[in-house]
Ligand binder design. Structure first.
Ligand code: NAD
Ligand code: MG
Length: 369
């Protein structure tokens, strides 16, 4: 089996590899055995369990590991206290010990939930990420952020807990619905926009191969993982540079909040796509980058079938003031001024603290006209 690999050189014995390639789901058993585990608790959702659960079980059992599958309902609602408690208790029933493994098989929901269970079970057991959505392969499975939601907000309960290994089976994306594929693609394009203009050029030329499952898909996942790994190694706890990964997310999160996280209206990646286009148009308005570059960003996202305007939000985004209020609930607000990730051009993003509400309001009002 040929695959690509990306090393994440964290200190303190926490370095790990990300393996990327078609068919890696069947390598989980051998990899888990190589880590010395005797048992594995597979945490997944019902959709993914039906597609890949038995293959992973077979792979683990063939390698001589005892294992059990814990499947939660698909969707964001499973990042809850109730599911977290149920998963932990099932892992204990399965007698998963410190030397064993929790295997997160699924999208970002499962990765965050299983990772948080692994971080806290017996004060920390090892875990392996097997991401099965494009978003999870290029973003959530790498970097060690785990957690669940509280009624007070998303991801408010969590821990940093790095996986021991990430196995990104790019063939698993063949069964992903088109809309989830596109949503993940917004995060792919984001890496080019943050700091890699050459990669954005490459995306413009090669994005179709990512969707169709050609070698471009593996290559794109590897490039994104390498970019994220670099940022995480330099700034694991988001004291600085890691915030750049939030390009497009200040606007995006506000739109998700205003559509009440109803996936029928907007999924995360769609909010990010609109947010990326807005971040570049806002940068152009502030005289930081050219309008032509902002246009190029929006054109590419639209070409890939993603929304790029506030008017694209099904049911409407709300007015400028409600978007501002929704943004102000984000962590990135200090004394009424907002912190944005803005850009001096494609691949030239930077952290811009102290952006005034009035500038943002005027921009949003023009966008809504
Ligand atoms: P998700 O996990 O809900 O998966 C999306 C849908 O695709 C689900 O219905 C799932 O059942 C289905 N699915 C998954 N794999 C499939 C496959 N191979 N074939 C068919 N269907 C499949 O959503 P997501 O977009 O992967 O992740 C979103 C979550 O990730 C959010 O909760 C977000 O907060 C989190 N996240 C975390 C980080 C981090 O650093 N920890 C980063 C970004 C996002
Ligand atoms: Mg994101």
């Amino acid at each position: 089996m040929s695959h690509l690999s990306v090393h994440v050189p964290l200190d303190g014995g926490r370095a790990y590899d990300i393996l990327i390639g078609r068919g890696l789901v069947d390598a989980v058993g051998a990899q888990a055995a190589a880590l010395g585990a005797k048992a594995a608790g597979i945490v997944t959702d019902e959709t993914v369990a039906a597609l890949y659960g038995e293959r992973i079980r077979a792979s683990l059992e063939q390698a001589g590991l005892r294992c059990g599958i814990i499947a939660v309902p698909p969707g964001e609602a499973s990042k809850s206290y109730a599911c977290y408690a149920a998963v932990c208790d099932r892992l204990l029933e399965l007698r998963i010990e410190r030397g064993d493994l929790v295997v997160a098989l699924g999208g970002g929901v499962v990765g965050d939930l299983a990772g948080f269970a692994a971080a806290t079970l017996r004060r920390g057991v090892r875990f392996l990420q097997v991401p099965t959505t494009l978003l999870a392969q290029v973003d959530s499975s790498v970097g060690g952020k785990t957690g669940i939601n509280s009624p007070h907000g998303k991801n408010l309960i969590g821990a940093f807990h790095q996986p021991r290994l990430v196995l990104a089976d790019t063939a698993a994306l063949d069964t992903l619905v088109e809309r989830e594929m596109r949503a993940g693609y917004a995060e792919v394009a984001k890496y080019g926009l943050i700091a890699d203009p050459g990669f954005f050029d490459w995306c413009e030329a090669n994005w179709r191969g990512i969707f169709s499952g050609g070698p471009e898909r593996d290559e794109a996942v590897a490039i994104c993982c390498r970019a994220k790994a670099g940022v995480v190694v330099r700034d694991e706890r988001e004291d600085g540079e890691r915030a750049l990964l939030n390009l497009g997310h200040t606007f995006g999160h506000a739109l998700e909040r205003l559509t009440h996280y109803e996936s029928a209206r907007l999924v995360h990646g769609e909010g990010v796509a609109i947010g990326l286009a807005l971040a570049f148009r806002f940068s152009a308005r502030l005289g930081l980058c050219s309008g032509q570059e902002a246009g190029r960003v929006a054109n590419h996202l639209a070409m890939a079938g993603l929304p790029t305007r506030l008017q694209d939000v099904p049911g409407g985004s709300g007015d400028a003031e409600s978007i501002l209020d929704a943004m102000a609930q984000d962590k990135k607000v200090r004394d009424g001024a907002l912190t944005f990730i803005l850009a001096r051009g494609i691949g030239q993003s930077f952290i811009a603290p102290g952006i005034g509400r009035d500038d943002v309001r005027a921009f949003l009002q023009d966008e809504l006209r």
